[in-house]
Design a protein around this ligand. Structure first.
Ligand code: COI
Length: 357
């Protein structure tokens, strides 16, 4: 499918940020976006790159009432050779299609959608920042656009992609974050939509996050919806714990997001012959290990968060320090290896990186 382009004249494009050390996350958007429509009987059609701007949507669009939506998050990087690279973009589109299936949204043609992503990144190549720790964040999204107030599967959708230069997701950067173990609210339960990347999961997390922020914590650590004991995820990242030499993360049992960074970290740890387990881990086991001096480190993984060390865990009124509140050696090694591969500084033995330009 040919991608139509309606580009702004150069003198109407926005100035690029001058101080890349102050980028923050998700505040600045590129000049153009990608759009593609779906209609029952017409499949996906009219792929186009157009100036970034508001979407025209009926106030009765199904997405606004019943949340039939799916999104993704991936990044393009300025490599050390000045080229532009993407990290496992196909894995993101394949996950998007799994989320689409769960939300009854028609699947996207992976190969074509990938080509369109590359085309958009190439069009906006000047927006890919160069400072280490920065990247171009890419947000593909599908929304149900049919105007109808009945609860039903939409017959019309819009797929759009917006992008913008970003720095660290957390204000702490690569410094350890403080997390709050949540017992009152739950994020998702098995059989629900917790493993799909859909808006409702994030809306459901806001109240707990607000309460945790007010108490001075960066993020909420979710426990399972049944016993409120097993570690699930942090909402913007999957969690890893290193206990007595074992690198542990929760299994993909249906209520947590199957992170691409999670999968990459597991692959790297196995490649280094570490003792790696995808298994159920309770908060009690984590705190017992901490008391016994066996909790070596804890960190989160995510596209936005990259590798985010955890310096303390707050549970039932007590702060438990992890790795003396410092960044642990495995977190460091993983961060260096992952960002090294992404920026073309280190070999890419797993074939993860795609050169776009
Ligand atoms: C990502 O890691 O890309 C995400 O989508 C998480 C978040 C910013 C919601």
């Amino acid at each position: 499918m040919e991608c139509r382009k309606e580009l702004l004249p150069a003198d109407s494009c926005k100035p690029k940020p001058t101080d890349e050390s102050k980028l923050g996350f998700g505040q600045i958007f590129c000049d153009h976006m990608f759009l593609m429509d779906y209609e029952k009987g017409k499949d996906w059609h009219d792929p186009r790159i157009v100036p970034y701007g508001p979407l025209a949507l009926s106030p009765a669009a199904l997405v606004l009432h019943y949340g039939q939506e799916v999104f993704e998050g991936l990044k393009a990087y300025r490599g050390v050779d000045g080229g532009i690279y993407m990290f496992r973009p196909q894995a993101n589109l394949e996950r998007m299609n799994r989320s689409n299936k769960r939300l009854c949204i028609p699947e996207l043609p992976v190969q074509e959608t990938l080509e369109h992503l590359f085309e958009l990144v190439k069009t906006e190549h000047e927006w890919v920042p160069t400072l280490e720790g920065t990247s171009l964040y890419i947000r593909p999204t599908v929304i149900a656009t049919e105007a109808c107030l009945g609860v039903k599967v939409s017959s019309k959708y819009l797929y759009f992609v917006i992008m913008g230069p970003v720095g660290a997701y957390y204000p702490e950067g690569f410094n350890p974050v403080r997390i709050y173990v949540e017992e009152n609210y739950v994020r998702a339960s098995v059989g629900g939509v917790g493993e799909a990347k859909t808006m409702g999961n994030y809306a459901a997390s806001l109240l707990a996050a607000e309460e945790a922020h007010a108490k001075g914590f960066t993020q909420v650590l979710w426990l399972d919806a049944c016993d409120r004991k097993s570690i699930e995820e942090v909402g913007t990242m999957n969690m890893f714990f290193v206990i007595d030499g074992e690198v542990i993360t929760s299994p993909l049992h249906g209520s947590i997001l199957p992170g691409i960074t999670r999968d990459s970290v597991l692959t790297m740890c196995r490649h280094w012959d570490l003792n790696v387990s995808e298994r159920k881990l309770t908060i009690d086991e984590v705190l017992e290990a901490q008391a016994a001096g066996k909790l070596e480190e804890a960190f989160g993984t995510g596209t936005a968060a990259v590798i985010s060390p955890v310096g303390s865990i707050h549970y039932r009124g007590t702060d438990y320090t992890v790795a003396d509140g410092q960044t642990g050696p495995l977190s460091h090694k993983l961060y260096d290896e992952l960002t090294g591969i992404q920026l073309g500084k280190r070999p890419d033995p797993f074939g993860w990186v795609v050169k776009v330009k």
